[in-house]
Structures are given as structure tokens and as C-alpha cells.
Design a binder for this molecule. Structure first.
Ligand code: GDP
Length: 435
């Protein structure tokens, strides 16, 4: 997502940066281009217009034009305005010590149930005692889907009955909570394919009965501007506190995410980034803006590394880096997600790589398979791996002797590199400390 928009904005800004001093005409032309780029990314018309007006005003007002690094300053203004447009400071749902009831609403297919499961996993990992409520009184299949997710995450699911009145649901919830302490209740409500009057009434009734502390609308980034129409309707009929935008991993142009805050007045709390239960990230406007402008997102990279408990290159003894260490590191890194995505979080990388760039995950799996087929002794002392052993490992891992040879050679080179890094004080145990 945002790739095409990012590319265009970066090109426009690069041109300005190169020019040094800027004339007003140059800035005007660039602003026109930025506006077109935003509209092409499906950004709401008014949002695009206001964005460009604010950037122009600041560029002219701050008297940057005549200065030597005018282009650089315009880049900063665009960056700042992008952050503002995306919502400014990152916001998260309010979480009290107890009595948190979050109401999940959205159209069918938006990813509401999946996001409910993701939130349960996320807050369970933060030490919360989560209860899910499957509150679709008309579709048993929807309740079933939430039960499966609840079991997967390891949190209980309270299921409503067919056509259960909201007051009964409230009562059953209170009774449940008296028996089993839960400090965060997340209610997955009914969805329909389209906005439907009867559904809106039912949701408003249920909301009235449960009196949630947060009402989160789940919208699908792929539906673009339509997502914002949906948001406006839900806001006026039900009232919202924040948004979750799903499928940010897809190739949506990004307009919905960029316009959501301005159009609805509600912050984006989270972004859905994959179908997996772990695919939900807090939405940080500054990081997203940095990513769009190709400035990278080192903070997200560090967080992912921390989640994967990446003990970057720390062999047991300095100077020793055997195949067992290689295997552990390889698996740690793969826990962080697709490598192609990770590399793009590094500042400047997205510009140097083609948009469709991706690391060959299959190759990594083969290396894993090869090392896994070795005995521990072989992993610790690769030099004992003779021809006979190479044949055995190749057939055990479904690879070839040539591949084993390549792996062993690569490992030799890595070991050499580590030694050099250590001598330079960059490796583990050196002056540079841990990576
Ligand atoms: P609901 O009808 O709103 O409850 O939607 P579901 O939770 O059943 O999700 C609809 C589809 O979207 C499912 O196939 C999900 O796996 C998928 N989905 C949900 N969130 C995401 C996301 O962030 N990224 C991707 N790629 N798929 C998602």
C-alpha cells in the first residue's frame, strides 16, 4: 500500500530538493503534481485540496523559497502535513483498570471478526483478561467463526442466542462476569453486506444496553472512499470512538487511510496488516508518513525485532559462529515477517529496490531444512561434514549435495566476516556491543 503514491511524492520532492533555491512558480507546479498524486491515490477531494493549500501556505509563509535548501524544507513541510492528515499523534483505545467494553462494528467482509480475534490476542499478550462476545443474533456461522478464533487465541467466548434481546445479552454478560473476572470485553456484532436500516437500529439498541467504553469501526482499505461513506453513516447512527483499517497489506491505493481522520474526525487506532492473528499494528501517523516518503521506519523494525526476541548475532563465544547459530538466527529473523517487507522499513531502501522486490522465502526454508538434517555435532563442527555426510544431509533435507556445498561455503564466509567485524569492534563482545 502507498507504494505508487510514495513513489510519485518522492519523485516530485526529489526534483525540488535538487533545485536548491525555488521560485514560487516551481512550488506551485509541484503542488499541482502533489494534488494529482493524492487524487490518484484515491484521497478525498477536499482532503487533497486542503493538504496542498496548507503546504503551499507554509512554504510561502515561512519564506523558504529563497533559501539554499528550500527543497529540503518543503520536504519537511510535506512530511509534517502528512502526519497531521494521518491523525497527528498516535492514539489508542482508552483502557481502564476494569470495566472495559469494546464494541466492534462494520460491514460484513471488512475484517471485523478477524480484527476482534487479533485484538484479543494483542491484549491478552499485554496481560489483560479478555472475554469475547459473539453478538450476531442472526448468523450462527458468524458466532462459530468467533468461537474458533477465541479457541485459537485462548480466550473464552460468550455466545448470544438467536434473536436474543439486548437486555438479555446484558444480563447474561453481567452474570458471566460475576463468575469469571474479565477486565476487557470485546463484542463482535452483526455485519451486513451493505448499510441496512434494521441493522443500524439493532446495533444502536445493543450499544445502548451494553454501554461500551469504546466503539470501533472496522473498515476495509481496499474499498477506498466507500469505507469513508460507511464510516460517516456508522458515526451518525451509532457513534464511534476510533477506526481499525484492515487489509493495509493489500495493494489498496491508500486514499481511505489518508482521508479517514479528516473525513470522519475519528483517529485510526490500528491497521490490519495480514490475515494472521498477529497481523494488527497500532497506527502511528509519523511512521506511516515516513514510510510514504521513503524515509523508512526504523522504529517498527526495532519493535518487530523485539517481538521476535532477536538476539542479533550473539554466538556463544566470540569468534565462534557455527551452523547451529546460523539456524537460530535464521529462524529468529523469519519470525519478524516477510523479509522483503522488513527491508523496506530501512530508510532509503524502498527507493533502491524495485516495488515487487521480495526475498526468496523458499530458499530460506531450504537452508533451514539442510541444517535441520544435520546432527548437533555436525552443526557445531561443520568441518567434519565429509562427502558421505553431505550425501546423507542432502537426501534427508530433500536438497542436493551442490546446495550443501554452497551452504557450507556461505557459512565459512560469514564466519570470516564475523571475525573481521569483531576485530573492528562491531560484533558481539566488541566495543560496538550488541547490534
Ligand atoms: P467480517 O465479516 O467483517 O467479520 O470479516 P472477516 O473477519 O471474516 O474477514 C473477511 C476476510 O478478510 C477474511 O478472509 C480475513 O482473513 C480477511 N482479512 C481481515 N483482515 C485482514 C487484513 O488485515 N489483511 C488481509 N490480507 N486480510 C484480512
Amino acid at each position: 500500500m502507498f507504494e505508487s503514491l510514495g513513489q510519485k511524492l518522492q519523485d516530485i520532492l526529489d526534483n525540488m530538493r535538487k533545485s536548491g533555491r525555488l521560485t514560487e512558480a516551481q512550488v506551485k507546479a509541484a503542488m499541482r503534481e502533489i494534488r494529482v498524486a493524492l487524487l490518484e491515490a484515491d484521497v478525498n477531494f477536499t482532503v487533497a485540496k486542503d493538504f496542498v493549500a496548507r503546504v503551499s501556505e507554509k512554504a510561502v509563509g515561512q519564506d523558504v523559497l529563497g533559501s539554499l535548501n528550500a527543497g529540503q524544507q518543503v520536504v519537511k513541510i510535506v512530511h509534517d502535513e502528512l502526519i497531521e492528515t494521518l491523525g497527528g499523534k498516535a492514539q489508542q483505545p482508552v483502557l481502564k483498570n476494569d470495566g472495559n467494553v469494546w464494541f466492534m462494528v462494520g460491514l460484513q467482509g471488512a475484517g471485523k471478526t478477524t480484527s476482534t480475534g487479533k485484538l484479543a490476542a494483542l491484549y491478552k499478550s499485554k496481560g489483560r483478561r479478555v472475554l469475547l462476545v459473539a453478538a450476531d443474533t442472526q448468523r450462527p456461522a458468524a458466532r462459530e467463526q468467533l468461537k474458533v478464533l477465541g479457541a485459537q487465541v485462548g480466550v473464552p467466548v460468550l455466545e448470544v442466542n438467536d434473536h436474543e434481546p439486548p437486555q438479555v445479552t446484558r444480563q447474561r454478560l453481567e452474570e458471566y462476569l460475576q463468575k469469571d473476572f474479565r477486565d476487557l470485553v470485546i463484542v463482535d456484532t452483526a455485519g451486513r453486506l451493505q448499510i441496512d436500516e434494521a441493522l443500524m437500529d439493532a446495533l444502536a439498541d445493543l450499544k445502548g444496553a451494553l454501554n461500551p467504553s469504546e466503539t470501533l469501526l472496522v473498515v476495509d482499505a481496499m474499498t477506498g472512499q466507500e469505507a469513508l461513506n460507511v464510516a460517516e453513516t456508522f458515526e451518525s447512527r451509532i457513534g464511534l470512538s476510533g477506526l481499525i483499517i484492515t487489509k493495509m497489506d493489500g495493494d489498496a491505493r491508500g486514499g481511505a487511510a489518508l482521508s479517514a481522520k479528516s473525513v470522519t474526525g475519528k483517529p485510526i487506532y490500528f491497521a490490519g496488516t495480514s490475515e494472521k492473528i498477529s497481523g494488527l499494528e497500532p497506527f502511528y501517523p509519523d511512521r506511516v508518513a515516513g514510510r510514504i516518503l521513503g524515509m523508512g521506519d526504523v522504529l517498527s523494525l526495532i519493535e518487530r525485532a523485539e517481538q521476535a526476541e532477536l538476539s542479533a548475532f550473539a554466538p556463544k563465544k566470540p569468534g565462534e559462529f557455527d551452523l547451529e547459530d546460523l539456524l537460530v538466527q535464521l529462524r529468529n529473523i523469519r519470525k519478524m515477517g516477510p523479509l522483503g517487507d522488513l527491508i523496506k522499513l530501512i530508510p532509503g531502501m524502498s527507493k533502491m529496490l524495485p516495488a515487487e522486490f521480495n526475498v526468496d522465502e523458499k530458499q530460506l526454508q531450504r537452508i533451514d531444512a539442510m541444517i535441520s538434517s544435520m546432527t548437533l555435532k555436525e552443526r557445531r563442527e561443520p568441518k567434519i561434514i565429509n562427502g558421505q555426510r553431505r550425501k546423507r544431509i542432502a537426501s534427508g533435507s530433500g536438497t542436493s549435495v551442490q546446495e550443501i556445498n554452497r551452504l557450507l561455503k556461505m557459512h565459512e564466509q560469514m564466519k570470516e566476516m564475523m571475525k573481521v567485524m569483531q576485530r573492528m569492534g562491531m560484533g558481539p563482545g566488541g566495543k560496538g556491543g550488541k547490534m
